[in-house]
Design a protein around this ligand. Structure first.
Ligand code: URA
Length: 208
């Protein structure tokens, strides 16, 4: 399975700022988006391009353009919305497929309460965005949903990932590619990542 911990100095610096206790909503939100941009840069390195002949300012020339139906970004409600602006800064023409999952109180399994996917999912690379890859319950369910819609190529961008979650997604969907700014130490007894970022959704939206 492809798991990339993107150890770029800019990413490490920004993530370090995000880990400070008492960080403001404004700063956390800005940094989440900036790190998302940098992860997008890394995760799209292998996109295929095609040559195109254009009329340039000094005459005809050949340029490279991204091939095919391109990508759809898949923010997972609600915290994934915090990474969306940064991803769209890098891929402004991307279609956005929003998903929302919540835990079923009886089975404890994540079930979809919202699913609005763009068309031709079978022709697109789906890029899931969610700040925290913790237990991977939500990620496994999101990938199940995308595969059911025909997706063949799926990547996931996470600010922070826990080893437990990485193991789980590798067992369930080894074909998914993971890009994260940090593989942290572990989950605590409440399913929070340590050292982690705390509740990323609350920090992005300024709730609680
Ligand atoms: N969700 C969060 O927001 N933080 C964690 O540490 C784990 C899941």
């Amino acid at each position: 399975m492809k798991i990339v911990e993107v150890r770029h100095p800019l990413i490490q610096h920004k993530l370090g700022l995000m880990r400070r206790a008492g960080i403001s909503t404004k700063e956390f939100r800005e940094l989440a988006s900036e790190v998302a941009s940098l992860l997008t840069y890394e995760a799209t390195k292998d996109l295929q391009t095609v040559e195109q002949c254009i009329e340039g300012w000094a005459g005809p020339l050949t340029v490279h353009q991204i091939k095919g139906k391109k990508v759809t970004i898949v923010p997972v409600l609600r915290a994934g919305l915090g990474m969306l602006p940064g991803v769209l800064d890098m891929i402004p023409a991307a279609k956005v497929s929003v998903v929302g999952l919540q835990r079923d109180e009886e089975t404890l399994k994540p079930i979809a309460y919202y699913e609005k996917l763009t068309g031709r999912m079978d022709e697109r690379i789906a890029i899931i965005v969610d700040p925290m890859l913790a237990t991977a319950g939500t990620l496994v369910a999101t990938v199940d949903m995308l595969k059911a819609a025909g997706c063949k190529r799926i990547k996931g961008l996470f600010l922070v990932a826990a080893p437990e979650g990485l193991q789980r997604i590798e067992a369930a969907h080894p074909d998914v590619e993971i890009y994260t700014a940090s593989i942290d130490e572990r989950l605590n007894e409440h399913g929070y990542i340590l050292p982690g970022l705390g509740d990323a959704g609350d920090k992005i939206f300024g709730t609680k």
